[in-house]
Design a protein around this ligand. Structure first.
Ligand code: GTP
Ligand code: MG
Length: 219
């Protein structure tokens, strides 16, 4: 049996992760426990795909070509912890519903948006938010609203460009520079922009290391 010290030494990634809970509304949130790192972004930006790529499990989070796939706050943790007070997972990754999807029924969109905003504003154990931006589209108005909300809530966040395999490689540094310029006015934004492709694996090691560092672990 592994004791708790041995467990604390284990790397976060390269081991199985499991789904533990889907939260359709704030009142169903688990009691505050392990630190949470959340993935936010417009519908279809690639949040669930990025979580799968980070943990190396194709079908941990459900993905889809159709926007509006993820409809709850989905909690994932490394496997092998009982969840008892002395055997808590070191952290949870939280996959979020997307914002900005206009095609779904209005009540549904309103409910998702409210859940996303309420969670980002009011979760004490939320340690870091990765705000995903599609490389082809850049920061849109509703992304900017989310960034401002995170500034107000004083939650540290970092921009992650997604789907870089869909743009020309030479365009990536320029896009990073443009994005940095746009986030200058956001005080809580980490002054470094990451670029990733879940499809090709680009940028994943750096993101894994960043996540591990936020919770004081090895990646
Ligand atoms: N080419 C490419 N496609 C990607 C990449 N990441 C995600 N996709 C595709 O983009 C689509 C949306 O991916 P999801 O991961 O479901 O996006 P999401 O942000 O979780 O979407 P919602 O849950 O609906 O908000 C899927 O068809 C993915 O296969 C990537 O790095 N490269
Ligand atoms: Mg999703």
């Amino acid at each position: 049996m592994t004791n708790n010290n041995q467990k604390a030494d284990q790397p976060l990634f390269g081991r199985p992760w499991i789904f533990i809970r889907g939260v359709p509304a704030m009142k169903f949130l688990p009691p505050e426990g392990p630190l949470e790192v959340a993935f936010a972004g417009r519908s279809n930006v690639g949040k669930s795909s990025l979580i799968n790529a980070l943990v190396g499990q194709k079908a941990l989070a459900r993905t889809s070509n159709t926007p509006g796939r993820t409809q709850e706050l989905n909690y994932f943790v490394p496997d092998g912890y009982s969840g008892a007070a002395d055997d808590m997972p070191p952290m949870a990754l939280v996959d979020m519903p997307g914002y900005g999807y206009a095609q779904a029924p209005k009540e549904q969109v309103d409910a998702w948006t409210k859940l996303v905003f309420d969670y980002l504003r009011g979760r004490a154990t939320l340690k870091r938010v990765y705000v995903l931006i599609d490389s082809r589209h850049g920061i849109k108005k509703n992304d900017d609203e989310v960034l401002s909300l995170l500034d107000k809530a004083a939650i540290s966040y970092q921009i992650v460009l997604t789907k870089t395999d869909k743009i020309k490689e030479v365009g990536v540094p320029r896009l990073i520079a443009e994005t940095l310029e746009k986030i200058k006015k956001h005080p809580a934004a980490f002054p470094e922009v990451l670029s990733t492709s879940s499809e090709k694996g680009n940028g994943l090691d750096i993101l894994r290391a960043a996540i591990a560092e936020t919770v004081g672990r090895k990646s």
